[in-house]
Design a protein around this ligand. Structure first.
Ligand SMILES: Cc1cc2nc3c(=O)[nH]c(=O)nc-3n(C[C@H](O)[C@H](O)[C@H](O)COP(=O)(O)OP(=O)(O)OC[C@H]3O[C@@H](n4cnc5c(N)ncnc54)[C@H](O)[C@@H]3O)c2cc1C
Ligand SMILES: *[C@@H]1O[C@H](CO)[C@@H](O)[C@H](O)[C@H]1NC(C)=O
Ligand SMILES: *[C@@H]1O[C@H](CO)[C@@H](O)[C@H](O)[C@H]1NC(C)=O
Ligand SMILES: *[C@@H]1O[C@H](CO)[C@@H](O)[C@H](O)[C@H]1NC(C)=O
Ligand SMILES: *[C@@H]1O[C@H](CO)[C@@H](O)[C@H](O)[C@H]1NC(C)=O
Ligand SMILES: *[C@@H]1O[C@H](CO)[C@@H](O)[C@H](O)[C@H]1NC(C)=O
Ligand SMILES: *[C@@H]1O[C@H](CO)[C@@H](O)[C@H](O)[C@H]1NC(C)=O
Ligand SMILES: *[C@@H]1O[C@H](CO)[C@@H](O)[C@H](O)[C@H]1NC(C)=O
Ligand SMILES: *[C@@H]1O[C@H](CO)[C@@H](O)[C@H](O)[C@H]1NC(C)=O
Ligand SMILES: *[C@@H]1O[C@H](CO)[C@@H](O)[C@H](O)[C@H]1NC(C)=O
Ligand SMILES: *[C@@H]1O[C@H](CO)[C@@H](O)[C@H](O)[C@H]1NC(C)=O
Ligand SMILES: *[C@@H]1O[C@H](CO)[C@@H](O)[C@H](O)[C@H]1NC(C)=O
Length: 583
């Protein structure tokens, strides 16, 4: 309801601006070839001002296209074989890990078209806050669409855009430790405990490995190459979050470049609105993060459990068992279990009769600070015993493994997600009542949500998230997270360069997600892993925080120098082919 009113108010506002033709500035951002696009001389002078760090990117797939200057049969073979690895896209200045976000404009297949049209026109290979500032100032002065790419992992496409200048922050790395205490700049307080300051381009594996050397860790994500920039600005869920809170809750201070070109330190004593908004309000909206100071935590011992239960896909009780098991998550979370269960529905698998289609749950869950496998088996086995004695036809598997440190666990258990194809996601945060109030409703909703074949029901929230005490009293993380037990996601993939398939996939993601919206109408979703076309995205991704976030966005970025969707304050513009124009 609140979301709907807000939306109507915004539409009204933009209509008045356009009708009056007031001081809104140019209607569209510049595109190459237009009069307002800077001349080659202007770009060259700009390049000189940033130590020659301007790149005119070549799409990585161009090596497979004989008409392109970078064509090379040998390089093509290499690109084709690494296209499905994270490394190719995260090391490339422009390539997003989901093809669609470059509009399939140059896939590594000589039979398909190749142009640079879906990619940014220029990239700044930034290594300092001054490079970032120069890029922001140049884009603002010349009315150029500005984006920020870090790893390029984004599920909702915020780190790529045509006709744009991209600030590539991937090489802004480096970790400094603060032993014993940290004093935020300009503050009269000292925060006790160990902390690190890390460049915004630092990736998960790099952070964990640096922390492992001192027997510590951070509240981080499960993808090896996900970078701090997008992860923290979106909130950041973690297998450690149920105990410690989300990644955004660990931030003590951050440095950013604002859309007006100021290099600022934000913490609980200065620039407090930005400090609040940059922790959960979403990437590339309020400024460009250059570095972040995070509280670290002692590395826990990890008792890890790989488990699975499956039945033949036609088993009429498959989802009774799944809903029963998921309905026990509040008890499991209460006992200290967290992790990554995944529902699969009618997926290829093996039962006693051999290869067949199976339905069930497979998962990796952990308990911290125990070396006794009975602790975790004691949580899961009674649930299996109940399923076994209530619904016939299930087979079960468990395998507990002890790791002496979080780093040791992570080296073997990071998320090895495949990348490099067309993907659209849907997701929902589920609270306790959604899982326990009505077993029939939970069952029907999960069954519909898993219709695409697979759905996650991650246990990445709990007491630590609900009762987090972020510095400064609060942050912009979706308030729905503070009631969440399960972060549920489903993905729909589709064929490249097929508009019918793309439209169908968008509709399908929405239908799947609708099942969980109905189950938990008062909850929301996690912006970093979400449906790009989520209806009422403002209230779904930010709940009651949205009005304050919007006010901050208008104050710090009156000209929308940074624009992305679905992002706070994006309502006044829309994409039209390769241009970005006011509505
Ligand atoms: C395999 C895999 C595993 C994942 N695991 C987890 C997980 O365990 N927990 C979790 O919470 N999420 C997880 N995610 C989702 C992840 O949080 C998002 O994909 C996130 O957007 C990645 O941020 P990035 O900076 O790496 O990517 P990018 O695509 O480069 O950036 C994402 C967004 O952040 C912006 N951004 C990036 N850097 C900056 C910066 N310095 N300043 C301002 N804006 C910036 C970009 O402009 C864009 O809007 C996972 C994703 C994948 C693909
Ligand atoms: C920027 O300058 C460097 C160093 O002179 C040069 O190598 C690079 O090609 C230039 N970038 C562009 C886009 O011209
Ligand atoms: C694919 O990307 C284009 C922009 O390049 C966007 O307009 C379109 O909606 C995206 N499709 C999906 C399924 O997300
Ligand atoms: C970007 O800068 C980094 C750090 O200086 C450098 O190692 C890398 O080669 C550069 N990449 C490109 C594509 O210019
Ligand atoms: C800082 O805190 C100390 C001790 O509480 C107090 O004496 C001092 O006046 C404070 N200084 C400022 C600038 O607030
Ligand atoms: C880390 O823990 C190991 C094993 O307990 C110990 O041998 C080592 O000295 C510790 N290292 C640091 C830097 O504390
Ligand atoms: C593990 O825990 C169980 C149950 O609490 C207990 O009976 C057993 O002795 C423990 N094993 C070890 C090795 O401590
Ligand atoms: C399931 O029940 C069968 C028969 O009662 C029993 O042999 C088996 O051990 C049970 N399996 C589990 C995991 O409880
Ligand atoms: C149990 O897990 C460990 C660690 O992942 C693996 O090495 C081992 O093969 C597994 N055992 C079984 C029986 O699956
Ligand atoms: C439980 O959910 C089912 C399916 O949505 C519904 O038909 C039923 O009325 C609900 N029961 C209660 C008590 O609300
Ligand atoms: C495009 O996708 C649709 C729907 O998935 C499919 O029916 C059609 O055959 C595809 N077209 C081509 C040319 O592959
Ligand atoms: C994507 O590419 C198609 C041509 O294949 C073009 O018609 C369309 O305008 C492009 N979309 C965007 C958002 O650039």
């Amino acid at each position: 309801m609140a979301g709907l009113c807000l939306l109507l108010a915004l539409v009204g506002f933009s209509a008045i601006r356009a009708a009056n033709g007031d001081d809104a500035g140019p209607r569209c951002k510049s595109v190459p070839g237009s009069n307002s696009w800077p001349s080659p001389e202007t770009w060259a002078a700009f390049n000189a001002s940033i130590d020659g760090r301007l790149i005119r990117p070549i799409p990585p797939g161009a090596v497979c296209h004989p008409a392109e200057i970078s064509y090379s049969a040998a390089d093509c073979a290499a690109v084709q074989s690494s296209w499905f690895t994270e490394a190719l896209h995260t090391e490339d200045p422009v390539s997003p890990i989901w093809n669609n976000w470059s509009n399939d404009s140059c896939l590594p297949d000589p039979r398909l078209p190749c142009s640079a049209g879906g990619y940014p026109v220029f990239v700044i290979n930034s290594t300092t806050a001054h490079h970032v500032k120069a890029g922001v100032d140049f884009a603002r002065a010349h009315n150029i669409r500005l984006i920020v790419k870090n790893s390029g992992h984004d599920y909702v496409g915020r780190s790529s855009a045509p006709s744009s200048l991209s600030i590539w922050v991937h090489h802004m790395k480096g970790i400094t430790a603060h032993d014993g205490e940290f004093r935020p700049q300009g503050c009269n307080v000292t925060i006790a405990g160990h902390a690190i300051t890390a460049g915004a381009g630092t990736q998960m594996m790099e952070t964990y490995r640096a922390m492992a050397l001192v027997n510590k860790t951070v509240v981080g994500g499960n993808g090896r190459t996900v970078a701090l920039g997008g992860f923290i600005t979106g909130g950041g869920h973690s297998i450690l979050a149920p105990r410690y809170g989300m990644a955004a809750d660990q931030v003590l201070e951050l440095e950013l470049v604002t859309p007006t070109g100021e290099i600022l330190t934000a913490n609980e004593c200065q620039n407090t609105d930005l400090f609040w908004a940059m922790r959960g309000g979403g990437g590339s909206t309020f400024g460009v993060l250059t570095s972040v100071t995070l509280k670290t935590i002692p590395s826990p011992e990890v008792m890890s459990l790989m488990f699975q239960f499956t039945a033949a896909a036609e088993n009429p009780h498959a989802f009774d068992a799944i809903a029963y098991f998921v309905g026990k998550f509040p008890e499991l979370v209460g006992a200290g279990v967290s992790g990554y269960p995944i529902i699969f529905k009618a997926a290829p698998g093996v039962l006693s009769g051999g290869q067949t289609l199976v339905t069930g749950i497979v998962g990796k869950v952990v308990m911290l600070d125990t070396s006794n496998e009975t602790d975790i088996l004691g949580q899961i086995e009674p649930l299996f015993a109940h399923i076994n004695s209530t619904w016939p036809g299930f087979v079960f598997y468990t395998n507990a493994t002890y790791y002496p440190s979080f780093g040791a666990w992570y080296e073997e258990n990071y998320d090895p997600s495949p990348v490099g194809y067309e993907n659209i996601m849907g997701s929902r945060l589920l609270d306790g009542p959604s899982l326990t109030d009505n077993a029939t409703a939970t069952k029907l909703a999960l069954e519909r949500f898993a219709d695409g074949g697979q759905a996650t029901v991650y246990m990445v929230s709990g007491k630590g998230v609900w009762h987090a005490q972020p510095r400064g009293g609060s942050n912009a993380v979706n308030p729905a997270w503070r009631r969440t037990y399960v972060h549920a996601t489903a993905s729909v993939s589709f064929a490249s360069l097929n508009a019918t398939a793309k439209t169908a996939a968008i509709a399908r993601a929405n239908v799947l997600t609708e099942a969980l919206r109905e189950l938990s109408p008062h909850m929301g979703a996690y912006v970093n892993e979400a449906d790009r076309y989520e209806p009422q995205w403002q209230s779904t991704f930010w709940g009651d925080n949205y009005p304050r976030l919007l006010k901050i966005k208008r104050a710090v970025d009156p000209d929308d120098v940074l624009w992305c969707t679905p992002c706070v304050g994006s309502e006044l513009w829309q994409e039209a082919d390769d241009a970005l124009c006011r509505i």
